[in-house]
Design a protein around this ligand. Structure first.
Ligand SMILES: O=C(O)[C@@H](O)C(=O)COP(=O)(O)O
Ligand code: ZN
Length: 214
């Protein structure tokens, strides 16, 4: 997915990615939502209440970059969050939100560092995700989170919503999906390692690997 991808290719990519994430158990029921930014600046999003396992190309919603519904079915209730990421990150062309189990579990832990919810356990995590701010709990669809989400997204392409799940933007759908999968795997490692003495990468090691992600 890039700015020059045509709309039918973009629709196919959203559906293909949604099915792939759902069938591998990275989100369940009707949780999670995906979007892409088209060359004309409008956004295609999964509709509210849809399952990522069954959503179809012709059923996507369109909004503008302020979350205003333009056509198609009613968009995900998190359209405002997707739009906030696109406004904050001009290089972003895709946003993915999941309720992946281990990341959601970390989002419910007490004492998580709000500036960075997961340690850089592996080099791949440092390369794909980097710092992961924890945004305070808001009910799903509560747009009062929008200003903080937009401010945070200016400097971070991935965030964790407290008691909820991750949201990740990428220059392409492949990059966003790759990063959110890595976030889930690192959350799993983090939980597996609780109670064990661990040696995450040092801040210098992590910084040396950080990529200027969209
Ligand atoms: O957790 C929620 O309710 C939403 O964030 C979600 O994941 C699914 O909502 P819709 O995309 O509106 O179906
Ligand atoms: Zn959600």
């Amino acid at each position: 997915m890039s700015a020059c991808t045509d709309e039918s290719t973009a629709r196919a990519l959203v559906v293909r990615t949604a099915r792939s994430l759902f069938t591998r158990g990275l989100t369940h029921g009707s949780t999670g939502n995906l979007s892409v930014r088209l060359a004309d600046g409008t956004l295609l999003l999964t509709p509210t209440g849809s399952s990522l396992g069954t959503v179809e190309e012709g059923q996507l919603s369109r909004t503008d970059v302020h979350g205003k519904h333009l056509d198609g079915p009613r968009p995900t209730k998190e359209a405002f969050l997707h739009a906030a990421f696109y406004r904050a990150r001009p290089g972003a062309h895709a946003v993915v939100h999941l309720h992946s189990t281990h990341a959601a579990a970390v989002s419910c832990l007490d004492g998580v560092n709000p500036a960075d919810a997961l340690p850089p356990l592996t080099a791949y995590y440092a390369m794909r995700v980097g710092k992961l701010p924890l945004l305070p709990y808001h009910a799903p669809g509560d747009s009062s989170l929008e200003p903080l989400a937009e401010r945070t997204a200016r400097t971070h392409h991935a965030v964790l919503l407290a008691n909820h799940g991750p949201v990740v933007a990428g220059a392409s759908m492949e990059q966003a999906a790759d990063a959110i999968e890595e976030l889930e795997e690192t959350a799993k490692l983090h939980l597996l390692l609780r109670g064990h003495a661990t040696r995450p990468l040092t801040p210098e090691q992590a910084a040396a690997l950080a990529s200027p992600s969209s």
